[in-house]
Design a binder for this molecule. Structure first.
Ligand code: AMP
Length: 359
């Protein structure tokens, strides 16, 4: 089986590392030369808008998937006429546009922060009368890792934020004073079999995921799963889907979905019976899904901008080290470390040591 991946970053690399044992071979389409999936994937260098390149890519593979949600919908639709594309392009269309995404949540009865569509400074001023301060102004498209958004704390921030985001189409959201940020990663197969990973409790720094702790038997597991089931049905979904949520006063508000393997599930490589990467490959190739339960207590921390010393990380019992082989740049995800231990106390103690090595 030859699997095509749109995008050649660390998620493509880890998808290949998860799928190669199943006999799959991987071809990445990615405009940048020298990407970190090159160690394990064939690489076609070309643009997602170039139909000759898309034809060449589609001819080489049996199935197509993607590792980021800003794949142009034209590209996904063009490819889906040639080879099966999973998750379905409809999921891409929703997840790359924050307004469509939140509108879908609302339509499906999934609670989400109060929001309004913004196309002008006038829209923003009138939406603020409804939503009030503090609130968050986000570009509808192309935002990620905290980019393309600004917190509005008072009138003084309004024009500055609008200018800072470039006057493009936006969404205004109520600021949620959440108690926790969590995510649940789920997988649906081609015949509709569905499995869920345990809740991950997530902490961000400067809008970028810093650490994720796997929380088995979390009280928010069931309500989060109910939300995901609605999305799966609606989108006729195949593959891994991540849902990011805010928990506030015992209630869950959906923030966003990612129709792909997700950073908050990296603990599953060593920590679950079947990793999210292997399960994504199983789902899209029509294989039975694997057991998602954690083998021990687990957590993971990202290496952002700087990679700690491998020997220091690996001297911590139960720790695993992942270097994506990328050039170091401030704010860039360069790798991660995970930890798994037989008791929660031992895991948290080891995790504290791990955190002390990471900036
Ligand atoms: P996003 O790109 O929407 O995932 O936002 C990145 C991070 O900004 C989230 O993980 C939150 O920590 C924070 N954030 C985003 N939207 C809100 C909101 N409406 N209220 C409070 N914090 C938010």
């Amino acid at each position: 089986m030859r699997i095509g991946i749109l995008g050649g970053g660390q998620l493509a690399r880890m998808l290949a590392l998860g799928g190669i044992p199943l006999g799959a071979k991987f071809v990445v389409l990615e405009p940048t030369q020298d990407v970190c999936s090159d160690d394990v994937c064939e690489h076609i260098v070309g643009f997602y808008s170039d139909t000759a390149t898309l034809d060449q890519f589609a001819d080489k593979v049996d199935i197509i998937t993607y590792e980021f949600e800003n794949v142009p919908s034209k590209c996904a639709n063009y490819l889906s006429a040639k080879k099966p594309v999973y998750p379905p392009p409809a999921a891409l269309e929703v997840s790359c546009d924050r307004l469509k995404e939140k509108t879908l949540f609302k339509e499906l009865g999934i609670d989400t922060p109060n929001f309004a569509a913004i196309q002008s400074l006038d829209d923003l001023t009138s939406a603020l009368r409804e939503i009030g301060f503090p609130s968050v102004l986000k570009t509808r498209t192309l935002g990620y890792d905290g980019k393309g958004q600004a917190v509005l704390r008072s009138e003084a921030d309004v024009e500055v934020a609008w200018a800072q985001l470039g006057g493009v189409d936006c969404i205004l959201e109520a600021f949620v004073p959440f108690t926790r940020e969590i995510s649940v990663i789920a997988v649906r197969s081609r015949i509709g079999e569905t499995v869920f990973y345990p809740v991950s409790e997530n902490t961000h720094k400067n809008g970028i995921l810093h650490k994720a702790i796997c929380r088995p038997a979390d009280p928010m597991q069931k309500p989060a799963e109910e939300y995901i089931k609605k999305l799966f049905e609606k989108l006729n979904y195949v593959g891994v889907l991540a849902l990011e949520l805010f928990e506030m006063n015992g209630k869950l508000l959906a923030n966003e979905i990612a129709p792909r393997v997700h950073n908050t599930g990296h603990w599953s490589i060593e920590g679950a019976n079947t990793s999210q990467f292997e399960n994504h490959i199983r789902a899209i190739t029509g294989l039975p899904l694997g057991d998602t339960s954690p083998v021990e207590f687990c957590a993971m921390v990202n290496f952002i901008g700087e990679t700690p010393n491998a020997a220091a990380v690996l001297s911590i019992k139960g720790a695993h080290f992942h270097d994506y082989g990328k050039e170091a740049k401030p704010g860039r995800k360069l790798g991660h470390a995970s930890i798994r231990r037989p008791t929660k106390e031992a895991m948290l103690e080891g995790f504290d040591k791990l955190l002390s090595l990471v900036n």
